[in-house]
Design a protein around this ligand. Sequence first.
Ligand code: FMN
Length: 116
Amino acid sequence: MVSVAKDHLTEQLINQSGRFILVIAGEAHRQLAMQVGSTKGESVNKFEKFSIAAKTAGPDGALIPQGAAAWMACEVESSQDIKGYRIFIGRVVDQHDTGRPPLVWQKDKYFGLKPV
Ligand SMILES: Cc1cc2nc3c(=O)[nH]c(=O)nc-3n(C[C@H](O)[C@H](O)[C@H](O)COP(=O)(O)O)c2cc1C
């Protein structure tokens, strides 16, 4: 399930295509996560702007940034509007776990993941 701000490019593209790729960022993506998360995709290609090294994967040949922890290709099963956001519930149709630890976001900070 993903929660996407309404009227952003991401929401429009998922509405049009009925699918999305969920990429779980890796620990090396701390800076990149802030960069792409603070930039609107309407007028700029984020892969070019931030020189994101990527390879294609999944049923539609989506671009997966190098260093990602995992990705999941999803087909939208249903969606619902909630206070300025659209909640998309997707069925995972393809996925890959790279084995790299994920980047974790908690209390306004990024963390790595370590055994306790
Ligand atoms: C740590 C972090 C978490 C975010 N989480 C969400 C989220 O859950 N839903 C959302 O719509 N935007 C979220 N954002 C903001 C979007 O990443 C931002 O609006 C997006 O880059 C817009 O891209 P677009 O204009 O290409 O659709 C988050 C940003 C950051 C930095």
